[in-house]
Design a protein around this ligand. Structure first.
Ligand code: HEM
Length: 107
């Protein structure tokens, strides 16, 4: 849904202080997010994850619609001790839009 992706691009402004996505995206405060949707957590090369996120990844966490929605609503409840210092997105439609946006870059 192109309209949802466009809305997600706007929502992503809340993420862009720490994350890049798209062509040429690099790791910053947070990992680049091109190959996140549909992939195991904690797998971006060259990014130093927290031990809590690495433990979740070792436990089999894969980023899909359901896991991203839960994480983005309350990152620090979903992964206790994560170094992602972000309180989360309050509205379900913002979450759906930003996930659609990330999905549009999924490799
Ligand atoms: C991790 C998305 C906002 C900093 C992640 C991951 C995702 C994500 C999917 C896991 C990546 C992976 O497993 O490879 C988002 C989205 C945001 C957002 C969609 C906006 C809605 C932010 C903000 C910051 C931030 C504002 C900085 C203040 C980080 C850091 C990690 C991370 C440091 C690594 C966490 C750890 O190792 O525990 N983010 N993020 N993120 N994000 Fe964000």
């Amino acid at each position: 849904d192109p309209a949802l992706v466009a809305k997600g691009e706007t929502v992503f402004k809340k993420c862009a202080a720490c994350h890049q996505v798209g062509e040429g995206a690099k790791n910053k405060v947070g990992p680049m997010l091109n190959a996140v949707f549909g992939h195991p957590a904690g797998a971006v090369e060259g990014f130093g994850y927290s031990k809590q996120l690495k433990a979740a990844a070792e436990g089999g966490l894969v980023w899909d619609d359901a896991t991203l929605a839960e994480f983005l609503a309350k990152p620090r409840d979903y992964i206790k001790g994560t170094k992602m210092s972000f309180n989360g997105l309050k509205k379900d439609e913002e979450i759906a839009a930003v996930i659609a946006y990330l999905k549009s870059f999924a490799q």
